[in-house]
Design a protein around this ligand. Sequence first.
Ligand code: MD3
Ligand code: FE
Length: 203
Amino acid sequence: QPVCLAPGAMVLPRFALAEASALLAAIDRIASRAPFRHMETPGGFAMSAAMTNCGPLGWVSDRSGYRYQPDDPLTGEPWPVLPSQWSEFAQRAAAQAGFSGFAADACLVNRYQPGARMSLHQDRNEQDFSQPIVSVSLGLTVTFQFGGLRRADTPEKVILSHGDVVVWGGPSRLRYHGVLPLKPGYHPQAGGCRYNLTFRRAG
Ligand code: MD3
Ligand code: FE
């Protein structure tokens, strides 16, 4: 029962609910090899959301900029494998939203603790903007900001809760978006955190 937010932006409410505990357990395994860390922005600030990646490519930020790379800069090792159940799940979600044949080669895992946020930005470090991004929210609920194609466009607020999946493609692929500061709380499966998985076709 997809809900259309805007052309190309489809919410699949609770689409990941059945898989949620398996996804959270797999996040722990990934983070045991590629620990969550607060990446540095090109401007020299620490991001408030902690991040890690799995898959052939991972998104990184440091003083030299934003990019995708095959190795974890923290360990020098390749990013952990993207579990096949995850890529199949992302492909099913994309297909539900009308994007058939989506094959992710990167999964960025964000962890928000109370106060963590993400300011308005565009995702444009990927090669092919005709490919959507699939995002999965787990744990505590957050208010997401869904803006327009210009930074100055006033964003709409969208509540994202445990198990919600959003597919961002087509004319919404380059919209500005962000996350308001996480409020403290407790979730039975995720504790005091919110996790967000974003599946991308980066290369
Ligand atoms: C809209 N993450 O990692 S996911 C990010 O909740 C990111 O952690 C947020 O933005 C989070 O880059 C939001 C939802 C999302 C992801 C990609 C988008 C929304 C998007 C790309 C285009 C438009
Ligand atoms: Fe983003």
